[in-house]
Design a protein around this ligand. Sequence first.
Ligand code: NAD
Length: 389
Amino acid sequence: MSNQPMDRRDFVRSISAGPLAALAASAAAAESAKPEKKWQPVSDRKIRVGIVGYGTCRFGAAFGFQDHPNVQVVAVSDLFPDRCAALAKACRCAKTCESLEMLVKDPAIEAVFVATDAPSHARHCIEALNHGKHVMCAVPAAFGSIEEAAQLVETVKKTGLKYMMAETSYYRADCHAMRTIYRAGGLGRIVYSEGEYYHHSTSQIGSYKDWRVGLPPLWYPTHSTAYYVGVTGKRFTSVSCQGFRGTAAKYQPGGNRYKNPFADEIALFQTNEGGASRMLMAHSTQGLVSETGRVFGERGWFDASGYHGAEKKLPDMERPPLPPTMPPGGHGGSHGQLTHEFISAILEDRQPAVSIYEALAMTVGGIIAHQSALKGGESLKVPQFDPKA
Ligand SMILES: NC(=O)c1ccc[n+]([C@@H]2O[C@H](COP(=O)([O-])OP(=O)(O)OC[C@H]3O[C@@H](n4cnc5c(N)ncnc54)[C@H](O)[C@@H]3O)[C@@H](O)[C@H]2O)c1
């Protein structure tokens, strides 16, 4: 799937094939008659932000913090001086720090965007939170470790600061539409859901200290699991997972630091509403790069052709309007949404959409799924991190 932003008109066009053609045509007509929703400022305060990480994906500058009217980028950091300088230039920021550990000591900084390597996410977020900073973090929230997940949630609770995971699928136009219809009752209880992250590549993608080499696939589950947890706010309770052995040298004994033999993992989760959810992360399918999902409920379903179901009056499925200076950004126009949501949550003093609890519900099931795959698909319980009701 392309990473190009999809606006509301693109989305209406995207549902115009298949059985929904007539509905899509009338929706398209209504769309062109409808005025664009406009962003309304909630404050003129500027949150003072530090940004860390400008590696292979150059994520530090990709989420539009430097273009948000309620943000001042105070300092940036990357361990490599050339990357750090490039990040400073891209964010139009004068101050650079040699590391995250130095940056979080700056009392002027209120919030930090952690776009470092995945194995460091939890440690870096804990460090920033313990220095009194709100945190938005690239995915995943924790890296293969349940203990790390527990430490992270404890730190968020102890500090009372905002934590948000920047899961891009959460704000893709289709996932946002599913969530909106779900909340309006148009899907009912979800019987079955699916999420996929396919990423075939002919060469090894770079990463700091090679963390991507031989990575257990479902340690990186959130682009898929967003299509259930990010739609419903419900939870996975147990999992059985099958692994597909890779033929590349990195999947052979001694080929990676994770002792991982699998290039692909396909998990079947049980959900706490009694349904099933099939989530996968796969590298082996020739030429396929895609992040997608679909949900099937008692009152309707949503797939690539759009919504089908009992609800005749659908809610407004458009994503929130962004400040005019903010680009929608990559991964289906999700980057700008994520940053805007994080900054709005700080300004409005409320939980961000992908809070620590949603983040861990999207992340931890994948860690347990990999354990299941190593045990030949044994059914394992998924630990829960939600506050006691
Ligand atoms: N769709 C998505 O949501 C999506 C897509 C791509 C990447 N990502 C995530 O974005 C993150 C960044 O990806 P990448 O490919 O650029 O990673 P990378 O491994 O190539 O680069 C990480 C960077 O972090 C820097 N870093 C590490 N520790 C630091 C410290 N203590 N202080 C300052 N800088 C430090 C490194 O110097 C390096 O430049 C990853 O966690 C990845 O999982 C998410």
